[in-house]
Write a protein that binds this ligand. Structure first.
Ligand SMILES: Nc1nc2c(ncn2[C@@H]2O[C@H](COP(=O)(O)OP(=O)(O)OP(=O)(O)O)[C@@H](O)[C@H]2O)c(=O)[nH]1
Length: 427
């Protein structure tokens, strides 16, 4: 439903704040009322005690039904004065000053008993003359004149609040709710700002990870602070660096292996002595070119060359000189052919030339140039008595037999050249 982490964070903050404020809104007024009532009870009691002190000072005696009536009258007088006085609207229990705002009969909720626990000033369900039980005495407040116990005041369970008290409580509750709402707004703003910071780092990590998955391994993210996200970012950077280095090493080693494989492949297709391609390479190329020539009706000529009396060269001048001759003949042939032609050492002292888009007559011209060049080369530089010639047989016979006929025919023409006295080209 909510895909972005930022939305989730903001919502969770909002829900948490709202929950906290709801709990506060429910509990605070209740706590406030309890505390308020407790404080009001104490204020009333202390005012009540002062009133009694005043009463005692004025009357010189205490206890008994007559005193109770007098005391009650004084309380009623105080109430009416309170009702008339414009200053008699306390906004706070602490503002209730007994001298100026005497007890309100509405809030006066005490039963007075003499030191023996007999009620002389009743209230509510209590009757005059009734003796308070031990439990009731425990709940009572003892009244002293110096060290002398005058009696007990037993407070009613509930102290009804005045209108002022109620409005004071309401103002308090509203103020607290307003404060809570302001707190909620501040929390939200803070959570948005902090969430954005948090998400910013996570987003840059996510972007870097996506780039890495695309193959861009050189990724680093900024690391701020020392929290879990900073730790994650640091580890990510370390991992990315390691991965990047390993990948670079792997790539380099792959390239080396590839180059070595290519070199090996090339070597496997080259003749070590002359540097020309070998028979295996020729066979591959011949199959392709022959197939293509047959298919598209193109010309293809094949010339087989064989150094004349090479055995004698070896025997007479040494095998080393024989090798030198092979290399030099290969060089002379390579100089003459086109890049598109295939030249290979076919075996021993035999060479093969494959000429695309060429018929046997055109091939004869090129091959005869090679023959003449070999014959004219100053072999006496190698040995004063050395002379070298080469014979060729050419064929351009295309057939559907993978070039077999062409090879056989070229070989036959080569034999003809040899038979006819060597140093010649037969087609
Ligand atoms: N030095 C050297 N000799 C080789 C090499 N390969 C083959 N030969 C020799 O070449 C000679 C070929 O001799 P033959 O096949 O009798 O042919 P030829 O002597 O050239 O006679 P014709 O072909 O009839 O002119 C053999 O003696 C092989 O040993 C090589 O790589 N180096």
């Amino acid at each position: 439903m909510f895909t972005s982490l930022r939305t989730k964070l903001t919502l969770s903050m909002l829900v948490t704040s709202l929950a906290a404020i709801s709990v506060m809104a429910l509990i605070t007024p209740w706590l406030l009322e309890i505390r308020f009532e407790e404080e009001a009870r104490q204020v009333h009691f202390s005012r009540f005690v002062r009133l009694i002190e005043n009463f005692r000072e004025d009357n010189g005696q205490w206890g008994g039904q007559e005193n109770a009536l007098l005391l009650h009258k004084r309380i009623l007088d105080s109430s009416s004065r309170l009702a008339r006085s414009p200053e008699a609207s306390p906004s706070h229990p602490g503002d209730l000053k007994p001298e100026r705002h005497p007890l309100d009969s509405e809030t006066f909720r005490y039963v007075l008993a003499d030191p023996q626990g007999f009620v002389f000033m009743p209230f509510g369900d209590y009757q005059a003359g009734q003796q308070l039980t031990d439990r009731q005495l425990e709940r009572s407040e003892p009244l002293y004149n110096g060290d002398q116990l005058l009696g007990y005041a037993l407070g009613a369970n509930e102290f009804p609040m005045t209108e002022q008290d109620k409005s004071y409580l309401m103002i308090q509750s509203r103020s607290m709710l307003l404060g809570a709402a302001a707190g909620l707004i501040v929390t939200l703003l803070l959570s948005l700002t902090m969430g954005r910071q948090l998400i910013k780092h996570l987003q840059s990590l996510t972007r870097a990870a996506i780039e890495m998955s695309k193959g861009n391994l050189n990724q680093q993210v900024s690391v701020e602070g020392k929290d879990e996200i900073a730790l994650l970012a640091r580890e990510f950077n370390r991992m990315a660096l390691e991965l990047n280095n390993t990948y670079a090493e792997l790539k380099a080693s792959n390239e080396t292996i590839k180059a070595q494989a290519e070199a090996m492949q090339e070597l496997s297709l080259r003749d070590e002595l002359t540097g020309l391609h070998n028979r295996r390479y020729f066979n591959q190329q011949f199959r392709l070119m022959h197939h293509q020539a047959v298919r598209y009706g193109e010309n293809l000529a094949l010339a087989l060359g064989d150094i004349d009396n090479f055995k004698q060269i070896n025997d007479r001048f040494s095998h080393q000189i024989g090798d030198t001759v092979l290399k030099q003949v290969a060089k002379l042939m390579a100089e003459e052919i086109r890049d598109a032609d295939i030249l290979a050492r076919y075996g021993g002292e035999e060479f093969v030339i494959l000429l695309g888009h060429t018929d046997k007559h055109q091939a004869e011209g090129l091959v005869d140039r090679i023959r003449a060049k070999v014959a004219a080369w100053p072999w006496q530089h190698i040995h004063k008595d050395l002379s070298v010639t080469i014979s060729f047989g050419i064929s351009d016979k295309l057939d559907t037999d993978l070039g077999h006929s062409m090879l056989v025919e070229a070989d036959n023409r080569l034999y003809e050249a040899k038979d006819q006295g060597r140093n010649r080209v037969c087609i």
